[in-house]
Design a protein around this ligand. Structure first.
Ligand code: SF4
Length: 398
């Protein structure tokens, strides 16, 4: 404890640097953007839709996990049901808050359209959460829950393991324990617009989880990990193991259309094999029409792409990858410090804001004319630059 207090004192005295993976990523994207976001603390008054939905979904999954691990003596079906109910309640709360924010910010022109959009969004996010828990029900018997939305703050040690001037903060989506392998498992939830199996191609180069695995090791070595809802520590023998990436597609299946002759349409449609099959059964039993060859082909095609809305990818990162994260974090933290001290180091990466496939930078106006104070009125100013960590800490303490 004494050592810990000394470090805390050091931090207060020297204003040492604390970074998050998002902060590092922002600096790597564009040092000027990093300055606006993390030094001036400028944040758009209204959260972008994708960010808001991502945050509602994360809250829903966290509530669902907690509910599923609350009454361990219940059978799996009952626990799954609790997960879905808790997640759906969180979706109702989160979406109501997001649409209230939009109303306050006057971000709509037509109240009826806003209501319709709200209902559609609730249905979408509820489907994503429900589908997630149904697809991962095996976790309930195979994994023990340690924490969800776990905030952390750990020192980034130097080459020889000493605590120096750099700390890493963040929030882990999920930490679990796999008793079969005596392994701590890190879970990350990612939303995607297309096929969630694309995640397989992206995980190798994901620097964020290397940092989280580093932090998980620190927390475990310090004996800070307990099983959810208990005082029971995670076994000291447990190794920090694999990362599970949960890919959730931002889409929900649609009911197939029915042609004028009463047959279910076999046109290409975004749905699941189960929904299509149910529609075919209604065609046969209610409308007395036999299933056509073309419809069977459509059903087979839908079965073949079973993982259309959710996919899980597991990845084991090597020690070398985690070590690489450590020294790259040191290097980039130094670059951040230099850019803080000397504005001429605060370069702009116009390549980032002009990427054809990315959203326009929301800081473009203030970037073009940094001395126009009225442009800053578009933003709110946050006092703590790592707001996501502060929110997770508050939720943990609540
Ligand atoms: S507009 Fe471009 S150069 Fe300016 S802060 Fe944004 S990303 Fe950076």
């Amino acid at each position: 404890l004494k050592g810990k207090e000394q470090v805390e004192q050091k931090i207060r005295k020297h204003q040492l640097t604390v970074v998050t993976n998002s902060e590092l990523a922002t600096f790597r994207d564009c040092p000027q953007l990093h300055h606006f976001v993390y030094r001036e603390g400028l944040r758009p008054r209204l959260r972008a839709r994708a960010l808001a939905l991502g945050s509602v979904l994360h809250d829903a999954l966290a509530d669902g996990y907690r509910a599923g691990y609350q009454y361990l003596d219940d059978d799996t079906a009952m626990r799954l049901q609790r997960q879905i109910v808790a997640a759906e309640r969180a979706v109702d709360r989160g979406i109501a808050r997001w649409f209230a924010e939009r109303e306050i910010a006057d971000d709509f022109s037509d109240g009826a359209a806003l209501d319709a959009e709200s209902l559609e969004t609730v249905a979408l996010v509820k489907f994503m959460a429900r589908n997630f828990f149904e697809a991962t029900r095996a976790d309930l018997s195979e994994l023990r829950l340690v924490a969800v939305e776990k905030p952390f703050r750990v020192p980034v040690r130097d080459r020889v393991g000493r605590v120096r001037s750099l700390w890493s903060e963040g929030v882990m989506d999920l930490v679990a324990y796999d008793p079969l392998y005596d392994q701590l498992v890190l879970g990350e939830h990612k939303t995607l617009t297309g096929d969630p199996r694309q995640l397989e191609k992206r995980v190798e180069m994901d620097p964020q989880t290397s940092g989280y695995l580093y932090a998980l090791r620190e927390l475990h070595q310090n004996g800070e990990l307990r099983f959810y809802g208990t005082d029971e520590p995670v076994p000291a023998s447990a190794k920090v193991g694999r990362t599970i990436y949960n890919g959730l597609r931002k889409a929900m299946p649609r009911e197939p259309g029915v042609n004028k002759d009463g047959h279910v349409s076999s046109a290409l449609i975004d749905t699941t094999a189960e929904i299509y099959e149910q529609a075919l059964q209604r065609q046969v039993h209610e409308r007395k029409l036999p299933v056509k060859e073309q419809q069977l082909e459509r059903l087979e095609a839908l079965r073949a792409r079973a993982a259309g809305y959710f996919a899980r990818t597991e990845y084991a990162r090597t020690e070398a990858e985690v070590e690489r994260w450590r020294w790259e974090t040191y290097t980039d933290a130094n670059r951040i410090r230099e850019a803080e001290r000397d504005p001429t180091r605060r370069t702009r990466n116009a390549g980032h804001c002009t990427h054809a496939w990315s959203m326009p930078c929301r800081y473009k106006a203030v970037c073009l004319d940094p001395d126009a104070p009225e442009l800053r009125a578009e933003f709110r100013v946050v006092t703590d630059r790592h707001t996501e960590v502060v929110e997770a800490l508050e939720a943990e303490g609540a």
